[in-house]
Design a protein. Structure first.
Length: 393
């Protein structure tokens, strides 16, 4: 069991009509002039954006708007937001949307106080130990950014998708009303559940196997998400099932499922290059890569994959053939991904065969030109990354 520090300071306000508390929460955390950051038209069409703006106005809080966030949020909009906040004297950022909106807001919050170019933070050329305070109204459970310390941004110049974060970008509050997720399309729902499950699995697949309680929490979360997603795909307005998923997304990425273990994150890093190059949905990209990663690394700790197969996927344990049990668990996860509409190959998600040149380029970028490794369960070099991409074709 690894020593650890657990820090999860975000105030969660969960339940029906919870967005009605937004003005009081902004004031509680010192906001007077707020940048309201959002994505496309859904926040407007649903009426949520207008409702939030009305509540803030009633509370005597000034607002400045910045919409246009897209999946795999773009650096150009982050830079625009930084300029707006500086010009308008914004002292608080409120995100209305999912992980992409929250990640974009985090980057803006860093950039407003950082003296250099905000992209420096994402490529390792700088550090920032403060940012504007933030809160969010979550509408898409998936990324877990509402309670995490990380953010991922895509630079259109080179299609580079990079992450950065520290404890300073934690949200002051996260408003979660499961009713606001009823209109999510099935594909987006399934991709979101895949993302949150992978946040837990990246922590679960560890060489540290002596943190029983953490493992039990992780397995319970994975089983619950696996069961509840079918309920919401059948009935999108199932409040109870939507609530389990919304809370599951937050728990999956607020570090509770990784206490005392060494996280891996190789699948996420491999997917970042995939979505950077092809602009695919993040959760779907994870589904396309994970089975190949698993088959590539499982022999480094067969017992961990056996435990996953039995305790999460419900595979009978053949004590005479642990490798067979491990592989059947991987296959069961692959079947689950397909059952909820996720791809399990690169060709499926990209829509055409991925070339050797594209694979070599992704492996080159993921390894920083061969100078960096990824993962801890099995440390991956550039040639390993290329091999996993080829297995995933």
């Amino acid at each position: 069991m690894k020593d650890f520090v657990y820090f999860a300071p975000t105030e969660v306000v969960f339940g029906r009509k919870s967005e009605e508390k937004v003005a009081a929460l902004v004031k509680k955390y010192g906001g007077h002039k707020v940048l309201v950051h959002y994505g496309g038209g859904s926040a407007k069409r649903s009426g949520l954006l207008d409702k939030v703006l009305g509540l803030l106005k009633e509370g005597g809080i000034e607002t400045v708007l910045l919409g246009g966030v897209v999946p795999n949020p773009r650096l150009s909009l982050v830079r625009e937001g930084i300029e707006i906040c500086r010009k308008e004297g914004v002292d608080f950022i409120l995100s209305v949307g999912g992980g992409s909106v929250i990640d974009s807001a985090k980057a803006i919050a860093y950039g407003v106080v950082y003296e250099g170019d905000v992209w420096d933070l994402y490529i390792g050329k700088g550090e920032c130990y403060k940012c504007l305070p933030m809160g969010c109204i979550l509408t898409i459970p998936a990324a877990g950014s509402e309670m995490s310390s990380g953010t991922v941004i895509t630079n259109e110049d080179g299609n580079l998708k990079r992450d950065y974060g520290n404890e300073y970008c934690r949200q002051k509050f996260a408003i979660m009303n499961p009713e606001r997720t009823f209109t999510l399309p099935p594909y987006q729902t399934a991709a979101g559940v895949t993302d949150m499950m992978m946040h837990t699995m990246e922590r679960y697949f560890s060489q540290d196997d002596d943190m029983t309680l953490t493992d039990e929490i992780a397995e319970a979360l994975l089983r619950t998400m696996k069961d509840e997603v079918f309920k919401v795909l059948k009935d999108p307005s199932d409040y109870r099932a939507r609530a389990q998923i919304m809370w599951g997304g937050a728990l999956a990425h607020n570090d509770v499922t990784g206490c005392g273990t060494s996280s891996d994150w190789a699948t996420h890093q491999l997917e970042h290059e995939l979505s950077g190059m092809f602009d695919v949905t993040h959760g779907a990209g994870l589904a396309a890569i994970w089975p190949s990663w698993a088959r590539y690394v499982y022999k480094d700790n067969v017992s961990r994959f056996v435990r996953f197969a039995v305790n999460v996927m419900g595979v009978p344990n053949d004590f005479t053939d642990p490798e067979g049990t491990a592989l059947r668990g991987i296959a069961a996860m692959e079947q689950f991904f397909h059952a909820i509409g996720m791809p399990i190959s690169l060709e499926e998600i990209v829509g055409r065969p991925v070339t050797d040149e594209e694979i070599d380029r992704m492996a080159y970028l993921c390894s920083n030109g061969g100078t960096a490794t990824q993962g801890r369960f099995k440390v991956l070099k550039q040639e390993d990354m290329a091999a996993i991409y080829r297995m995933a074709r």
